[in-house]
Ligand binder design. Structure first.
Ligand SMILES: C[S@@+](CC[C@H](N)C(=O)[O-])C[C@H]1O[C@@H](n2cnc3c(N)ncnc32)[C@H](O)[C@@H]1O
Length: 463
């Protein structure tokens, strides 16, 4: 998982055991043409019984590096990593510099640490407040990395959403850019001997303050040689930008499978509902002369994705760069639609958007006009060129904005574009179910949870 490495790599392996992670790092560096000339490994291990095996493994690393023309030096510290590094980081205040590392690889020990334990006191002295040894290790390692330094760690996934880990998550996400997460789906396979069976993850993070726009999440069973599936997600979906808890949401392949099963169970096609979806017909650069920044006499509303405002339309939007109106004349009329209730979806969503599919309702009571123009960057659902039954349209709003549909889309569309053909190919709930959903939506500003709850309830009732 490591990205590119400097010519000289100062490597830290804290809780090194028999040195298998450093050995793996060395294999990778020796195999690839990475430009690494020298590795200076620092290893911490407390258990005296394993030190001989660790030294032997490091001598083997040295031999392999020599064959590859790479200098390898190592120092094994038979010491408590928490105590020693906390002290050195705290001493930093008095002018001694703690060690600095370009790369760290870690499979730290997992154990609860009580509020009055020596470990907790040591960690507290450098501002780390955490209740498990593994998060303590990671928090210290983070502090020892140089800017741009990389950490690959394997840990339980409990820190991603456990309420007690909130301060840790904050510390982690403020100083480490999360680049990749790998999840072992099986609780048993990876760590059979661990007393607490829990899912484990491997992560790659880089010391820095700018989280990436996208992150790769991969899954495998945890059995040796199992398949690895990879999906790219907008980072904002993994850590929601305004979440005070800073939960790290890891989508599971199981939820994709459930979404597929749910969608496969739906019996209606769009055509059988008497609904059509088309791409907005106004291609603005072809009708440039007819566009107007502000509505004026002789124009009708022109809708772009920038007019989406949650579940409804905000129009006109005079501060936007886009036009708000289009002349209604014999040249433009073929590209306009008669006013009515339409459901609109964006064809392109930005990477920051949580869902691939964003639907909102065009309500003729809110935007008064006889005709309207839908621009080419959006799709509109209609009934044979005219508006839809309102309750049906609101039901479609709920369904298309649900996580089930989103997850279904993600399974096959790696890109963020949703075209009319994709929407035509979807399966839909029948008319009664959509209308029942529509009747239940009182306002078009539902949260994701509210939408999912409502849609889930109705899809379930009809199975
Ligand atoms: C989960 S094992 C991982 C071993 C090795 N990195 C691997 O992946 O095979 C954690 C290791 O950390 C060591 N350890 C536990 N507490 C420690 C501490 N306070 N300081 C240094 N090492 C410690 C344990 O003895 C154990 O070998």
């Amino acid at each position: 998982m490591f990205g590119s490495l400097p010519r000289t790599v100062r490597l830290l392996d804290a809780g090194a055991g028999a040195g298998s992670l450093t050995t793996a790092f060395v294999s990778r560096v020796c195999a690839g043409n990475e430009g690494v000339r020298s590795i200076e490994a620092t290893l911490y291990e407390l258990d005296p019984a394993i030190l001989d095996a660790l030294s032997a493994a490091m001598r083997e690393c040295q031999r392999r590096c020599m064959d590859a023309g790479i200098r390898f030096t190592f120092t094994i510290h038979h010491a408590d990593f928490i105590q020693e590094m906390s002290a050195r980081l705290a001493d930093d205040l008095f002018g001694t510099t703690p060690p600095a590392f370009d790369a760290a690889i870690a499979n730290p020990p997992y154990r609860k640490i009580n509020a009055d334990s020596a470990e907790r006191r040591a960690l507290r002295s450098v501002g780390v407040e955490t209740s498990n040894l593994y998060t303590g290790f990671i928090a210290l390692i983070q502090r020892l990395l140089v800017p741009g330094g990389q950490l690959v760690g394997i840990t339980p996934r409990s820190f991603c959403n456990g309420p007690y880990f909130r301060p840790f998550r904050e510390d982690f996400l403020n100083h480490l850019e999360l680049r990749r997460l790998h999840v072992f789906e099986s609780r048993q396979a990876a760590f059979r001997n661990d007393s607490v069976l829990q899912e484990n993850i491997v992560f790659h993070a880089v010391k820095g303050r700018n989280q990436p726009v996208e992150i790769v999440i991969s899954h495998s069973s945890g059995e040796h040689g199992g398949n690895i599936t990879e999906t790219t997600f907008p980072f904002a979906e993994i850590v929601h930008p305004h979440d005070a808890e800073k939960f790290i949401h890891i989508p599971s392949t199981a939820s994709h499978a459930t979404a597929k099963a749910t969608m496969d169970g739906l019996g209606s096609s769009l055509a059988s509902l008497g609904v059509t979806v088309s791409t907005g017909r106004v291609v603005d650069f072809r009708l440039k002369e007819a566009l107007r920044k502000e509505p004026e006499r002789g124009t009708v509303p022109l809708l772009y994705p920038c007019h989406f405002n949650g579940g409804t339309i905000h129009w006109p939007k005079l501060e936007a760069r886009k036009s708000n109106a289009i002349l209604d004349n014999s040249e433009t009329r073929p590209w306009l639609v008669p006013s009515g209730v339409y459901l609109l979806t964006k064809r392109f969503t930005s990477k920051e958007e949580r869902r691939r599919l964003v639907a909102c309702l065009f309500d003729p009571d809110e935007v008064k006009a006889k005709w309207v123009g839908f621009e080419n960057h959006l799709n509109y659902f209609h009934a044979n060129g005219h508006g839809l039954d309102r309750t049906l349209a609101v039901g479609l709003y709920a369904f298309l904005n649900s996580s089930v549909v989103d997850q279904y889309f993600r399974r096959f569309s790696g890109h963020t574009q949703v075209n009319a053909t994709d929407l035509r190919a979807l399966t839909y709930p029948d008319r009664d179910t959509l209308q029942a959903m529509g009747r239940e939506v009182k306002a078009l500003n539902l949260s994701q949870d509210e939408i999912d709850h409502l849609v889930g309830k109705h899809l379930h009732a009809h199975r």
